[in-house]
Design a protein around this ligand. Structure first.
Ligand code: HEM
Length: 428
């Protein structure tokens, strides 16, 4: 079975237990299913809540209760390993760009306690509620600068011109990278998905391009880490580099700092890039809710939570089963890779009444699992909520009578699909 970087050409045939709707077996790589997956997940929860997708050699867990259990049972469901070609098994041309392997292989997402706890505690310090609140003026400034660029045109591609540069700039700001590097970081982030979400099998020309980009980005990051080592500033990288144990030894190696930075890009940009246009689209197509929001902007945080529940931008998270185990009535063997379908959990009627309705006044929307749960729960949740809120406030204030021109386009991926080409217009 060959997974392509964006999954576009992968074929997944029906296996027993695989949910089917409209005659189509579920596949995470079918753009039609990615665009509106509800019926497949409803079929799974009804008929076989834990099922194996044998061609991808992974199992899906689909109910809210089972998903919460998997995410909080870290001994039975490890974040380490699992069925992906190890990201360090790179083709030779790529090894050029990543001589010690891709930093993603050391990501905190792929560690268990105690290694995970040690890193998480440090990163947490940069993302305390107070620290996150202090980023608001800068996020508002970025949003306004982006709108300034296209406001006079009367229309724009909201994905490309707003929702892509916003989280990217927030992230490069957070690590202290200059603005002229944004484009390169964006391409580099996309490269990561080639390793992480599919077989690293790009053609030779693409391999050379990825290797070259990897060399440049790794070079910049290593220099940056060394600079912060020599001259600390009040920022995330300095905090990571200078953290010491009670004995005075560094807590993190350079490679571990690199891994943290790379996990910020992969976990923190693509999710938000898809989420903001999806939330805008949902509001524009639920006119009465948009009117309520315009009348009372304090409802925006509620719309953000319901948007997270409804669209679950990280559709699933991955775990490795450490010993034979039962989930519901299904047995999963040791070593198997399990994906918790956050999307399905967030549409489980046992938890959310009338789950396929987008309702910004839903009383329990905040119980969604869009940020995961337990030890690995999204460390950037506060930051992404802030980005989404300020983004919506800015767009609704500065673009009067905002309306949709195109519906947007999906590019399927195993965990974080992309949502692009979403054009909107407004009155001038
Ligand atoms: C809509 C936006 C976002 C969504 C839906 C999202 C979703 C998630 C989910 C589901 C996890 C848990 C993964 C697991 O259990 O294996 C996670 C972890 C993580 N997220 Fe986010 N995320 C978002 C934004 C961000 C942002 C803005 C940042 C950067 C500050 C970020 C950084 C991280 C990191 C570093 C982890 C790993 C935490 C750990 O392993 O302890 N995320 N995210």
């Amino acid at each position: 079975m060959k997974l392509t970087p964006d999954g576009g050409d992968a074929v997944v045939s029906s296996a027993p237990g695989c949910p089917v709707a409209h005659g189509l077996p579920f596949s995470p790589f079918d753009d039609r299913i990615t665009a509106a997956p509800w019926e497949w997940w409803a079929a799974a929860r009804r008929d076989e809540p834990t099922f194996e997708l044998s061609e991808l050699e992974l199992w899906y867990v689909t109910t809210y209760a089972d998903t919460a259990r998997v995410l909080t049972s870290t001994k039975e469901f490890s974040s380490k390993g699992g069925k992906f070609k190890p990201v360090d098994a790179l083709p030779p041309a790529l090894r050029d760009g990543y001589p010690s392997g891709h930093p993603g292989q050391d990501s905190m997402l792929m560690k268990d306690a105690p290694a995970h706890t040690r890193i998480r505690r440090l990163v947490n310090e940069a993302l305390t509620p107070r620290a996150v609140a202090s980023y608001e003026p800068r996020i508002r400034e970025i949003c306004n600068q982006l709108v300034d660029r296209f406001v006079a045109d009367g229309e724009c591609d909201l994905s490309r011109e707003f929702a892509t540069p916003l989280p990217l700039r927030v992230m490069t700001d957070l690590i202290g990278a200059p603005e002229d590097r944004d484009e390169e970081f964006l391409e580099w982030t996309k490269d990561f998905f080639v390793f992480y979400h599919g077989t690293p099998d790009p053609d030779p020309a693409m391999q050379r391009q990825i290797a070259e980009r990897g060399r440049r980005v790794m070079g910049w990051m290593n220099d940056h880490i060394e600079q912060r080592r020599a001259r600390p500033a009040d920022d995330l990288v300095s905090r990571l580099v200078h953290a010491t144990t009670p004995e005075g030894d560094p807590v993190l190696t350079n490679d571990e700092v690199l891994a943290v930075l790379s996990s910020f890009f992969t976990a923190g940009t693509e999710t938000t890039m898809a989420f903001i246009p999806l939330l805008v689209r949902e509001l524009l197509t639920s006119r009465d809710q948009l009117v309520a929001l315009l009348a009372d902007p304090t409802l925006i945080p509620y719309a953000v939570e319901e948007g997270l529940r409804y669209w679950s931008p990280a559709r699933s998270t991955r775990r490795r089963v450490t010993a034979d185990i039962r989930v519901g009535t299904t047995s999963i063997p040791a070593g198997a890779t399990v994906h918790t379908s956050l999307m399905s959990a967030n549409h489980d009627p046992e938890m959310f009444a009338d789950p396929e309705t987008f309702d910004i006044l839903r009383a329990n929307a905040k119980r969604h699992l869009a940020f995961g749960r337990g030890a690995h729960m999204c460390i950037g949740a506060g930051l992404s909520r802030l980005e989404a809120r300020v983004a919506i406030e800015t767009l609704l204030t500065r673009l009067p009578n905002l309306r949709m021109i195109t519906e947007g386009r999906w590019e399927s991926r195993l965990t974080i699909p992309r949502f692009t080409d979403f054009r909107v217009a407004w009155d001038m």
